[in-house]
Ligand binder design. Sequence first.
Ligand code: 9MR
Length: 357
Amino acid sequence: MRYVRSLIIVLPLSVFGLACEGDDPVDCRTDGANCSVREAAVQAGVQVGAAFREVSATDDPKYLPALIANFNSVTHEHAMKWAATQPQYGVFNFDEPDRMIELAEANGMAVRGHTLVWEQATVDATPEYVTAITNPEELRTLMANHIRTVVGHFRGRVDAWDVVNEPLDTLGSEVYQNIFYQLMGPGYIAEAFELAHEADPDATLFLNEALVSDDGDKFDALLALTADLLVQGVPIHGVGLQGHFLTEAPNHDELLANLQKLAALGVVVELTEVDIIVRGPGDDAARLERQRQEFFDMASACLAVEACKRITFWGFTDRHTWIDSFFGPDLAPLPLDENYERKPAYFGLRDGLLSGP
Ligand code: 9MR
């Protein structure tokens, strides 16, 4: 991984869209045409982030310069999940996220940690040695050791953690009966937050949930779960709405209302895994123009809510996106195209970031 390290050293700050000595930073409000989304986010007082893949960074020379020029926050797409950080019982590995964090620190980027507890039958985020456990006390001890070790390792370098990911049914509004729920009961969520808070008292701790904008009942369940945890005194500080807008485009007013309801509980809110696929009738230009408006609507809803502090995309270039392998090609869900050129969506995002009060 010397390639990643050497890029940290050789790329000049100007490549990163940051001001160098003697360089005037772009004022996005007066010089919008030259303003990057990173500069727009800084001027708006929010963060704009992207999910990171080391394999893309090492194989594709355009990847890192584009990431660093346009984003001031980064989340590893897979290497901080349980299966990667504790691949075998009691054996931890932090090499890949450590390299990403070095890169982030060298380039003034914040780091979101994703994720400590997430078990789902359909994904490989949790190893089989966890799902095979039948003794509640064994699982409780293992979860405690996992959270203490992982959060402790990154203490002070990861500003936010998705402590529990997708606590609700994927297509429903009940609490998902994962292995932790089955053996430890619904209290596993509170326990996970307590452990993470002890391990890094300065980290902002999130519950992160998928597909809430498609389903009002699921959003209400997430709101109720968050309120219940807060009433219990659980150290939950934020709620993440993933924002994979796959079945519906973001609706500005609905998203705004949801963000406001969460903010009213006193928590920070973030859009944590956004991708907005191109959709609808018309030629490519019409579809990309529609996508521009949807990126604007999503970002402007966040910017209208004081507690909405970060928008993270699940990738950043259509060249490297999980959507291709899960749903097929040409859905083009991200702000840069396959050649790292800025799409209309990029400008919709940038204008949305500048639309705040
Ligand atoms: O994009 C991720 C994909 O590459 C992984 O195979 C998968 C399982 O680890 O996770 C994907 O990311 C998911 C995220 O961690 C949680 N929310 C849904 C994301 C897309 O499936």
